[in-house]
Every structure is written in C-alpha cells, then in structure tokens.
Design a protein around this ligand. Structure first.
Ligand code: ZN
Length: 208
C-alpha cells in the first residue's frame, strides 16, 4: 500500500493508536497496523464492530469517577446498536418490536404506535421503504433507553447536554453491564489505566 499523498510505499508495523473517531479522547487501540511517512500516519482501522463497542462500554463502566457527557453519549449510541442486535437486550429495555428492523422491504407505514407499525408492515410488506421503519425503530429504542434512565422521552435523552448526574450515571452503567452480559458477540480484550484520575482505555485488536 502506498501513501495517497506522496506515493511512498508504506511499511506497516504493529503499534498503538489513539482512536478519536468515537468522540472519546482516551481510547487506544493496541496491535494495530500503523505506517508513517512525511505526510503523517496511515492506520489500517478495522471496522468498529460490536466486539469493540462492547469492550469500550465495559471499560467505561469501570471508571470510578462519574461519566462525562462524551462518555454518556458514546454509551447511549452503543446501547441503541446493541438493542438492534440482541433481542434479549432489546427485551430488557422494553423494546417490543425489534423484529421490525430486520426486514428490508416495507410499504407505507403508519408510525403512530408500535401496533399501527405492525399492522402497516403486514399490509405493505412488499412495497415499502425500510429507512422509515428503521428510523421508527431507532426512535423507539431511544425512548426505551430514556425511560430506563428515568427521563420522559427520547427527545429529552437526545437533547441531554449534561452534567451526568449520579442517577443517570448509575442507570446507564446498569444498562451497559446488562448489554455486555447479554450480547453474544465476542468482546475484544481490553484494559484500563488510570493516570491521575484520567482513564486510558486499551483495546486489543484481535490478530487476523
Ligand atoms: Zn506520504
């Protein structure tokens, strides 16, 4: 592989890489292929699958200090994808129409309630647009998470800008623990180091 900028042939070495792409400033990927040239670093990032999300969520749960807003937001988004993936976790948060997000071809959907969505799916199964149903499922998952956290609705959760009060901190960690326990995907090996109270999360890339 050559650098896109200068064309020099890149030599990859297993290294550590501070991965900022999740919106967190403290996630270090270990054993990842990194090459350097005058243009900077080129990193061969893996697709951040469920195993990586589980590892980060798990490590954030070990932080003794309260979560900050970025961490809270990261976990919230991860929980949404966990609920899409695991019917067990979906059920735990009270998301009752998880099967809807698995279909690809829907018709006109009446989104006024889970019941009408269900009816619409039956009626229009062959002609529709699954983006709508996915958006609807996502909205409902966020509502379920909001309720679990003691908030009124999804809008309150999505508007939330902190601070993360101990009540929310406690409840979202509970959901995290539950997700890590109930999701079948293999969690990446992970660890944390605390330097003057600041957490650094290490995620070990599985050998290919
Ligand atoms: Zn270059």
């Amino acid at each position: 592989m050559c650098c896109h900028e200068c064309g020099v042939k890149l030599e990859f070495k297993k290294s550590e890489y501070l991965h900022r792409e999740f919106g967190l400033g403290n996630v270090v990927l270990k054993n990842i292929d990194v090459a350097g040239c005058k243009c900077g670093e080129t990193v061969q990032l893996p697709f951040p699958g469920t195993g990586m999300y589980l590892a980060i969520v798990h490590e954030l749960g070990t932080k003794p200090a309260s979560l900050d807003l970025d961490e809270f937001t990261f976990i919230r988004k991860a929980l949404v994808s966990f609920a899409e993936e695991s019917s067990e976790f979906a059920e735990h948060i009270g998301f009752g129409f998880q099967d809807l997000i698995k279909f690809n071809d829907f018709g006109k959907i009446d989104t006024s309630s889970p019941e009408t969505i269900r009816e619409s799916v039956k009626e229009y199964l062959n002609t529709a647009d699954d983006a709508l149903i996915n958006a609807e499922a996502m909205k409902e998952i966020n509502r379920c998470i909001a309720v679990k956290l003691g908030m009124r609705d999804a809008a309150e959760l999505l508007r939330f800008r902190g601070p993360v009060m101990s009540e929310f901190d406690f409840k979202i960690r509970e959901l995290s623990t539950r997700a890590v326990e109930s999701i079948a995907a293999k969690k990446y090996a992970s660890s944390s180091a605390f330097k003057s109270g600041v957490q650094i999360i290490y995620i070990e890339m599985p050998a290919r």
